[in-house]
Design a protein around this ligand. Structure first.
Ligand SMILES: Nc1ncnc2c1ncn2[C@@H]1O[C@H](COP(=O)(O)OP(=O)(O)O)[C@@H](O)[C@H]1O
Ligand SMILES: [Mg+2]
Length: 229
């Protein structure tokens, strides 16, 4: 498979075994800047493993992953974590906000870890919270906000560093459909406005409908789907 020209992140023939379980069995993937790609498939099909490989969190046993022309396998662990901090953003099913910090401190955290001053970091954080319509929650702690609000705070946190790729693994999996759709609307609008690519793992067709393209994973193998509409 030749990746489309202009691809930002390309994976070919990925294999990954956990003991006797073949989580990935020749999966491929590609995405270009600003594109929202849904990774669909039943539970246990290898979606999260694919996302973790693409993000340089898990090393595949074989196959290649190229980000902006660089092969991830040739980078050191330190280089890969630096790349994750500078170029990637993450949203998981459960927001994984730090419970002791306020919402604005949570959103500001990635910038603080990169050495940005508290004042500048919280200013940028508030800007993103406004876009995700959760700025009124700035002084609250994660335990004091609803699931949908918490996920919007998590999306703001994932975008605050201006990532080129946003990895979202079942970001609405713990939400009711109304809140889930609002999170998806705000997430995809925000990503498109910054030209960030979004790798969106989901098993819900309703959520995948927010993507530009779908890839279906089954038994560790991937297939590109043509949009039916
Ligand atoms: N860290 C791990 N250790 C052992 N088995 C794993 C691990 N991660 C995933 N698997 C197995 O690999 C397969 C694919 O898992 P996963 O990528 O999480 O699927 P999905 O996200 O589509 O539900 C499953 O059979 C799962 O049990
Ligand atoms: Mg999963």
């Amino acid at each position: 498979m030749t990746p489309p020209p202009g691809s930002l992140l390309v994976a070919e023939d990925l294999r990954k075994a956990y003991g006797p379980t073949l989580a990935l069995d020749g999966a491929g993937f590609s995405i270009h800047p600003g594109e929202v790609v849904a990774v669909m498939g039943p539970s246990g099909s290898g979606k999260s493993t694919l996302l973790h490989c693409l993000a340089g969190i898990v090393q595949p046993d074989s196959g290649s992953i190229t980000y902006a022309g660089r092969e991830l396998a040739t980078m050191s662990d330190a280089e890969r974590s630096a790349l994750r901090r500078s170029d990637f953003g993450f949203v998981f099913q459960f927001g994984q906000l730090v419970p002791e910090l306020t919402c604005v401190e949570n959103v500001a955290l990635p910038l603080r870890l990169n050495g940005t001053s508290r004042k500048a970091a919280e200013k940028a954080a508030l800007g993103w919270m406004e876009r995700l319509e959760v700025d009124d929650l700035k002084g609250k702690r994660p335990g004091e906000v609803s699931g949908g609000q918490g996920q919007r705070v998590a999306v703001a946190r994932s975008l605050v560093t201006g990532p080129r790729v946003l990895f979202a693994d079942e970001p609405t999996g713990a939400l009711d459909s109304l809140n889930g759709e609002r999170v998806m609307e705000l997430l995809t609008d925000a990503a498109r406005s910054t030209d960030a690519a979004v790798v969106l793992v989901t098993h819900e067709a309703r959520v995948a409908a927010y993507s530009d393209r779908e890839i279906v994973v089954r038994d560790g193998r991937s297939r590109d789907m043509e949009r039916a509409i």
